[in-house]
Design a protein around this ligand. Sequence first.
Ligand code: ATR
Length: 269
Amino acid sequence: MTDRYAVVGNPVAHSLSPRIHAAFAANTGEDIEYGRLEAPVDGFVRTATTFFAEGGRGLNVTLPFKLDAWRWVDAHDAAAAASGAVNTIVLDGDRHRGCNSDGIGLVRDLTDRLGWELDGARTLVLGAGGAVQGVLGPLLDAGCAGLTIANRTREKASALAARFGVAASSLDDVGTGWDVVINGTSAGLAGVGGLVPQQAVDGSRCYDLFYALDAPTPFCEWARENDARAVSDGLGMLVEQAAEAFRLWRGVHPDTAGVAESLRNAAPP
Ligand code: ATR
């Protein structure tokens, strides 16, 4: 029988995960079906419980449920435990194991696809919300040096920095000379121009944890205009975190080459 998986979120209609997992199923020959589940904002537990009771084999979890999922599962893998967020649920017998593949996905995209050296790279991370929490541990494991978290609300940066034993800063005082700058703030078009001083990205490799299929994200556009050495949005991270989830469920790591590009090429003009 075909094993059923899904992504649960709200909203979830535009999630690319079903297309990514369909590509993985095709290139590995695994017999899976992968759908979307929109849960009411207060209904994660009900939706997840029903999905597994009806024979579902695993879930991806997206906004705003990563914390609800962390609380609901029976056990955590090391990445989920360190980050306090769950984006993948694996069924172990009748127990639900909460995992977090976001950070591994980011590091694989940065190193394997983009070829950015992280070992010893001076790294600045903008933002201190859930997206950032999920990636700090794997960035440190990959050897990022002098890692500094800068956030609009300085106390949140300090609290998170203390948890991970790294430095904190205000956005307007981040200094210069960063090898890698990672945006995890949700500042949109209006906010991104003044997010950090231009000198912070001059000559740096800049990565946005967010992505857009049809145009550069505001952060990517701003970084390029301000002399970043290289720029990428987070579409590749989305693909790599999905690949790691697929491996956790099926025991086989799918080939990710070209998947992000095919999603972008298939986007409506
Ligand atoms: P997520 O879980 O997606 O990371 P979040 O927890 O709401 O979302 O965090 C959003 C991040 O974007 C925060 O770091 C937030 O800064 P504050 O902690 O000061 O709220 C940051 N952010 C959102 N809008 C911003 C803006 N206009 N300028 C700077 N930072 C912004």
